[in-house]
Design a protein around this ligand. Structure first.
Ligand SMILES: [Zn+2]
Length: 260
């Protein structure tokens, strides 16, 4: 059977039979891979720490006739602090879910991978507010998946709206001038400028975003409405923020090499 080595982040799992899991891994080179992890729920399995959401590693995968099977993994990063804080965990889960839903098999999306990797790194180890990272992730995610909202020009007439006194933000399309739309909620210049800046920065600058409470609230509100209306899976992913999910484990996982 052919063996491939793929660097990727576990975005989801589903338990299967007594001790197995189906893992979804968002890989750099192959896009999303759904693979079987046999025996990974047995405490003594070398895969027990690998088959968890957020784990970034190099996976050794046998591609069989039917579903591929993960044989071993060298863990590079677990982003463990995300599991120790309820807000970070729910925001990280939204990031994983949105990435999972956008990722296609055999379709690598390196900008999206880089975005997820950096967002999880800052969420785990950075100093910025988790909700600021979510704002930044959302606008950059929409861009990386081809759904960037209009921010600088009107979504309908294409005119530059940076000098306009009143701009509205439509859940489908984004910013619109008042001549084009009397509907949709107004959005402040500060919020639009914030989104513009978050869009043009590099992934490794994401922790520089510092929003005021009111601007953060405004951006989150508009981007959530936009994501829910524009992506068929957007609302379901964002509903994680309102659900009461708790981190699955409060005991530290063993770090390090988990090769079989
Ligand atoms: Zn217009």
């Amino acid at each position: 059977m052919p063996v491939i080595c793929a660097d990727g982040i576990v975005t989801r799992y589903a338990n299967y039979r007594e001790n197995d899991r189906i893992l979804s891994i968002f890989t750099i080179d192959y896009g999303r891979m759904d693979v079987k992890a046999r025996g990974c729920r047995k405490p003594q399995s070398p895969l027990v720490n690998v088959c968890q959401p957020f784990v970034f590693g190099q996976f050794e995968i046998f591609s069989g006739k039917e579903r591929s099977v993960v044989n071993a993994c060298e863990i590079k990063e677990t982003f463990y602090p995300i599991r120790e804080d309820y807000e970070r965990f729910s925001i990280g889960s939204v990031m994983l879910r949105l990435t999972h839903d956008a990722a296609m098999e055999n379709e690598p999306n390196k900008p999206l991978f880089s975005l997820l990797y950096h967002a999880l790194s800052f969420l785990a180890y950075g100093t910025s507010a988790p909700k600021d990272l979510l704002c930044c992730f959302l606008v950059r995610y929409l861009n990386a998946t081809g759904y960037r909202p209009a921010i600088t020009t009107c979504a309908q007439c294409g005119r530059d709206i940076r000098g306009d006194a009143v701009v509205r933000f439509l859940p489908r399309g984004g910013a619109a001038c008042s001549a084009c739309s009397q509907y949709g909620e107004p959005i402040s210049k500060t919020a639009l400028e914030g989104m513009r800046r978050m869009l043009i920065m590099e992934d490794d600058e994401m922790d520089r975003v510092k929003l005021s409470d009111s601007v953060r609230k405004e951006i989150l509100h508009h981007l959530s409405a936009y994501t829910s209306a524009s992506l068929e899976y957007g609302m379901r992913a964002l509903s994680i923020l309102e659900s009461n999910i708790v981190p699955p484990s409060t005991t530290p996982m063993e770090e390090g090499n988990s090769d079989a």
